[in-house]
Design a protein around this ligand. Sequence first.
Ligand SMILES: NC(=O)c1ccc[n+]([C@@H]2O[C@H](COP(=O)([O-])OP(=O)(O)OC[C@H]3O[C@@H](n4cnc5c(N)ncnc54)[C@H](OP(=O)(O)O)[C@@H]3O)[C@@H](O)[C@H]2O)c1
Length: 293
Amino acid sequence: MQILDGKIVSQAVKDDLKQKTAELISKGGKTPHLAAILIGNNGASETYVASKVKNCEEVGYNSSLIRFETSVDEATLISTIEKLNADDDIDGILVQLPLPKSINEDKIISLIHPDKDVDGFHPMSIGKMIQGLPTFLPATPYGILLMLEHYKIETKGKYAVVIGRSNIVGRPISILLNRNTYPGNCTVTVCHSHTHNLKEICLQGDIIIAALGIPEFLKNDMVKEGAVVIDVGITRVPDTTKKSGFSIKGDVDFTNVAPKCSYISPVPGGVGMMTIAALLMNTFNAAKIKSEK
Ligand SMILES: NC(=O)c1ccc[n+]([C@@H]2O[C@H](COP(=O)([O-])OP(=O)(O)OC[C@H]3O[C@@H](n4cnc5c(N)ncnc54)[C@H](OP(=O)(O)O)[C@@H]3O)[C@@H](O)[C@H]2O)c1
């Protein structure tokens, strides 16, 4: 069994981006600049955004963090996005999800200019992804592809089972694994909360992507010998032994599933780190495209 180590792979991606960024700037291109919008003070969102900003600095990008109270009204958010869209120095815009219930998430995401949609959530980006056209891929699925690529994991002809069908993880990774390219060419089944015989379906999976948000859902008796298991789940569970009062759990019962796997990604230290690496890739590409215009 080999661990799919998000720390190692994301560091390799960042080292490469650091070098490419320096090259881009030395050739007269612009310094990539990511703008992140954070609303409210959800602990997990705070941590993710702080990490994204820190990682931008690490590879030599500029970053701007724009914060609002939970009570922010939609009009203020809309005008902020419009300003960022019009600002030539901003290459990528991300709005940290989830948004407060009073704000229409789909509407806000669709206002981000597709050229700056480095999270890959805009309907235009999703449409292009489905058609296999060049675009920004959603960061978490893209991170999973980068991980598969790094470890040269064979995907052609494999049976992939994706648990979860959200717009940001399950559905896009199912489409990407099904593309006629590498990583891809899988036969894919997407499972959700109404799926019958989930265990039997998972037992057929050469590759299982667990993205449902239920800690340790995927058990040892749901996985066949030699499977590749990718754990996307991140759930904070109360833990009195930790200073923070919680620990992070994935969607896979790692201890008992790992011995059966050919490859498995841990939580933490797996896909989460790859999501940030993918976001940095998208931001670099946005700046590069702009620099070449
Ligand atoms: N590593 C990262 O960077 C990263 C990025 C994003 C998300 N995440 C984590 O990944 C997990 C999933 O996130 P998400 O945004 O995709 O979640 P989501 O929007 O809540 O979607 C969860 C999906 O799982 C399905 N599901 C729920 N219970 C199920 C069950 N018992 N059996 C089968 N399917 C079930 C749901 O089915 P229905 O459609 O029928 O409701 C839904 O499609 C969360 O833990 C999240 O924190 C991690």
